[in-house]
Structure formats: C-alpha cells, structure tokens
Design a binder for this molecule. Structure first.
Ligand code: CAA
Ligand code: NAD
Length: 284
C-alpha cells in the first residue's frame, strides 16, 4: 500500500511541523488535537510558518493555498480511518501515548502504519498497546521540522522490515535524510544531545558562567547554530524535562538528572518560546 494520506495526532510544535512538511510534499493530511481551541492555535502557527515561506520567496501564494487545502483539522479520531500512516506527536508521556496508540489501533484501517515522534520513550511499549505491533515504528523528526534534515526511524524488536522500509521511503519523500535507530532511550541523537543541554543548565545554576557566555561560547567556539540555552527555549523546557526524567528513569545515570532550575522554570511557566519566556524573553 502506498502512502497517500497522513494522519498526525497533536498540533503542537512538532505535530504542526510534520503536518506542514507532509502537505507541502503532496500528501493529504488529517491532524487532531485534544480541543478545538488548541487545534485552531496550532493551525494558526502552521499558517504563519507557510506565510514565512511566502515572505522569504520560498513558496508561492498559490502553493501555500494548495498546501493548506490538503490539511484537515479534527478532534475526532474517526477521521483517521482512511490514513495510510498516523504519526503521534503528543506530549512526551508514555501512559498517555499508549492510550493514544490503543485508540488509533481501533480507529485506523488494519494495514496502516502507526508511528511515534517520541524523543526517547520505548516505541515497543506503544506497539504493545496495539494489535499490530509489526506495523508500529518511531519517526523522530527534529525541530523546526521544515528546516531540520534528519529523520530517525526507530525499529523495535517487533517492527516488520517492510514497514521500516516504508517509513524510510516516506521520510525521504519529505526531503529528510533517514537513519535507522535502535529502540533504546534517546535513540541516537538525544542520547548525546540531552546530557549536553542539561549540563548547560547545571553550569548556569552553579554560577560557572552567564547565559550569554554559555551560548556565545558554543556558537562562536564550536559553530553551533544556537547555544544550548537558546536551543532549550526552542525545544521547550517542559518537553526537555519530560525527556530527561524519562531517560534518567531508564538509565539511572546522573548525566540525565534534570537540574532543579529546570524543574522550577517549568513550575513557573517559563517553558521557552512557546510561553514567551524561558531563559530569554520573546516578544510576540
Ligand atoms: N519554519 C520554516 N523555516 C524556518 C523556520 C521555521 N520554523 N525557522 C527557520 N527557518 C528557515 C528560515 O526561513 C531560513 O531559511 P533560509 O536560510 O533559506 O533563508 C533558515 O531556516 C534560517 O532561519 P533564520 O535566519 O530565521 O534563523 P537562524 O539562522 O537563527 O536559524 C534555526 C534558525 C534553523 C532554528 C537554527 O538556529 C538552527 O538550526 N538551530 C538548531 C536547531 C536544532 O538543533 N534542532 C534540533 C533540536 S533537538 C530535537 O529536535 C530533538 C528532540 O527530540 C528534542
Ligand atoms: P507540544 O507541547 O508543543 O505539543 C504537544 C501537543 O499534544 C499539545 O498541543 C497537546 O494539546 C497535544 N495533545 C495532548 N494530548 C492529546 C490528545 N489526546 N490528542 C491530540 N493531541 C493531544 O510538544 P512538542 O514539542 O510538539 O512535542 C511532541 C512530541 O514530539 C513529544 O513526544 C516530544 O518529545 C517530541 N519531540 C519534540 C521536539 C521538540 O523540539 N520540541 C523534537 C523532537 C521530538
């Protein structure tokens, strides 16, 4: 079965980006959210992202309209019934994700692929919540999805090779370079990236350096496109805390232990760009 219709669960930072690149690549897209209000906000962000492409002359106004015409927002899982692949991109929480996979399994046609955009959680656990574990893989996109070139396809011990190959071909059709990664916490990239990001917070908390020194250090000294604290604001302090806690739970290794400052920032609503304030402040 060829992939023609893509489903996405969650219209947050990542879900809206996955829907955008899928629609721009010619797929029909159905995207769901928990409530109509959150869906409208997410689709608004998607429209703004396309608008940015128009302003930068990377996309014509006509292509923008055709892309938007391919995307249908919903709050009803019944609308996923004709999808050939459904990518889950909700909050990084395993019990919640397992519940979504069980619901998707009932809602989506039997031959379809189910995938998760999880940053670090066990894809096998999500597959086990379905009656089609062979058709479940991870598709880990990177933020911002329209810009970042990598896709990690996660193969579990139950994934059929044919499904892994299809997920890889799907990723390539979106213009991504695909690496096949193991179903181990953090896969390839986050296993390296997460300790680095939270170490930057530890340094700040310990008074070793200021935010600017840390960020300028890595941008100017190592040619990173942005420093670790700026990157944490982009990814979301809330999301990074979920990831660090889950990886610490799995590895019991202090390098994944989230610094108290991160926890306090999450409690204070300083989640990064998405709430207007994280390590830095963001005007509208
Ligand atoms: N949508 C579409 N295009 C975008 C975009 C968006 N949201 N954000 C930036 N762009 C495009 C711009 O149009 C621009 O394109 P051109 O060069 O062709 O004109 C290009 O990206 C650069 O953008 P800007 O000049 O506005 O800004 P910048 O140079 O500061 O780049 C950035 C922004 C692309 C985000 C860059 O800073 C970057 O690559 N940062 C690192 C991002 C990163 O490491 N992501 C991985 C996060 S970890 C993860 O995703 C995994 C996980 O599980 C947590
Ligand atoms: P986000 O908080 O921006 O979006 C998550 C969305 O899921 C929210 O809008 C929420 O309302 C929605 N949601 C929750 N329950 C739902 C349900 N039952 N049905 C439909 N929608 C529901 O988070 P995000 O940054 O987009 O992260 C989503 C996933 O992608 C997580 O697993 C995260 O670890 C992963 N991820 C994030 C990044 C990143 O840089 N932020 C990068 C790669 C992967």
């Amino acid at each position: 079965m060829d992939i023609k219709h893509v489903g996405v669960v969650g219209c947050g930072l990542m879900g809206s980006g996955i829907a955008e690149v899928s629609a721009r690549s010619g797929y029909q897209v159905t995207i769901s959210e928990a409530t109509q209000e959150i869906l409208d906000r997410g689709l608004g962000n998607l429209r703004n992202s396309l608008e940015r492409g128009v302003k930068a002359s990377k996309l014509s106004a006509e292509d923008r309209d055709v892309t938007l015409g391919r995307i249908k927002g919903t709050t009803d899982f019944g609308d996923f019934k004709d999808c050939d692949i459904v990518v889950e991109a909700i909050t990084e929480n395993l019990p919640l994700k397992k519940e979504i996979f069980a619901r998707l399994d009932d809602a989506v046609k039997p031959g379809a692929i189910l995938s998760s955009n999880t940053s670090c959680l066990s894809v096998m656990d999500m597959a086990a919540a379905t009656k089609r574990p062979d058709r479940v893989v991870g598709t880990h996109f990177f933020n911002p999805v329209p810009v970042m070139k990598l896709l990690e396809v996660i193969k579990t011990i139950a994934s059929a090779q044919e499904i892994v190959d299809k997920a890889k071909t799907f990723g390539e059709s979106l213009g991504k370079t695909v690496i096949i990664a193991p179903d181990a916490p953090g896969f390839v990239v986050n296993r390296l990236l997460v300790p680095y990001l939270i170490d930057a917070v530890r340094m700040l908390e310990a008074g070793v350096a200021t935010m600017k020194e840390i960020d300028h250090g890595m941008v100017l000294g190592c040619a990173h496109p942005m420093g670790p604290l700026t990157l944490l604001d982009l990814v979301g302090i809330d999301t990074t805390l979920f990831i660090a806690d889950a990886m610490f739970e799995d590895f019991k290794d202090a390098k994944f232990a989230a610094p108290p400052l991160m926890r306090k920032m999450v409690v204070a609503g300083r989640w990064g760009r998405k709430t207007g304030k994280g390590f830095y402040e963001y005007s509208k």
